[in-house]
Ligand binder design. Structure first.
Ligand SMILES: Nc1ncnc2c1ncn2[C@@H]1O[C@H](COP(=O)(O)OP(=O)(O)OP(=O)(O)O)[C@@H](O)[C@H]1O
Ligand SMILES: [Mg+2]
Length: 270
């Protein structure tokens, strides 16, 4: 291209960081003149494409910043395998209205039943709606708060965890939390209360939270704030992981209810 006007246009597109138009300028112009596209339609198309590209880039960056453990979507969740989950409730959550109201979501259920999958999927929907989202395992979150406390910067860390509109706390209950860790978690949940949403997963019923934290008073205080404005989804049923092992012939018995908690399924490989 040696037309000075086109060169200037390309230079200006670079300065304005309108990358998609810059890359496709020649073909867009040729197409427009061939199809006799109106000026309005031409401009409309350019702007739409630029905005779509910027949105894709923003989504990719925000997905990285969210530190999701894997990418799983609502579309890839097989609701027929887990009939205890009402798809209507999940679809309502996917609209993000609960985030606007700073409400929480708790997934309770045995291993492999889709708690983390659905938390990640709702996190992705939140990112699509431009809500800052951050995923943490409960153990890592409490370890980070403990470290910040020891280094005299707890307040900064609590502020950091209050920035995202959606904070996912995964796997409460797998590892016992000492009383100091429980107090730190309580402070975080209190700070976010009615200000930002928490999506939390646990393999233990609320009645057992006193055991997780070694203290019923602190467990009750955490639950009181967490559950005040909250959708609780109780997942019952079989582990999807086990279903996949069965399909692959790695599990002998077909009954797979609560296998890791002592069902009569026999694992022959892990
Ligand atoms: N109904 C489902 N449809 C499709 N995939 C599923 C379904 N349930 C679970 N999975 C898949 O099975 C695996 C285990 O699910 P997930 O990690 O969500 O389990 P979990 O309930 O968080 O278990 P844990 O308590 O052990 O962490 C993941 O790969 C997930 O994508
Ligand atoms: Mg999980």
């Amino acid at each position: 291209m040696d037309n000075p006007q086109l060169l200037r246009i390309q230079d200006n597109l670079k300065k304005l960081k309108l990358n998609r138009t810059d890359q496709r300028l020649e073909s867009l112009l040729q197409e427009a003149s061939k199809n006799e596209v109106s000026y309005t339609d031409f401009l409309d198309r350019l702007l739409e494409e630029e905005i779509a590209l910027k949105f894709e880039k923003q989504m990719a960056l925000n997905t990285t910043l969210a530190k999701l453990p894997y990418i799983k979507t609502l579309e890839s969740f097989d609701f027929s395998f887990q009939p205890s989950i009402d798809p209507k409730i999940i679809r309502e959550l996917a609209t993000g209205a609960f985030i606007e109201r700073a409400e929480n979501v708790v997934f309770l259920g045995p291993p492999g039943t889709g708690k983390t999958h659905l938390s990640v999927a709702l996190g992705l929907k939140a990112i699509q709606k431009r809500y800052r989202t951050l995923f943490n395992s409960a153990a890592a979150l409490i370890a980070n708060l403990n470290k910040a406390y020891a280094e005299n910067r707890l307040d900064d860390k609590l502020k950091y965890y209050c920035i995202p509109k959606v904070l996912i706390i995964d796997e409460i209950g797998y590892i016992p939390v000492d009383i100091h860790g429980a107090h730190l978690l309580f402070q975080l949940i209190s700070r976010r209360y009615e200000r930002g949403s928490i999506i939390l997963t646990s393999n233990r019923g609320f009645g057992q939270w006193g055991e997780i934290f070694g203290d019923t008073i602190i467990a009750t205080a955490i639950l009181d704030r967490l559950l005040h404005h909250c959708t609780v989804i109780n997942v019952k049923g079989e582990s999807y992981r086990l279903k996949e092992k069965q399909r692959a012939g790695l599990v002998r018995k077909t009954l797979a209810v609560e296998p890791i908690l002592g069902g009569d399924t026999e694992l022959i490989s892990s």
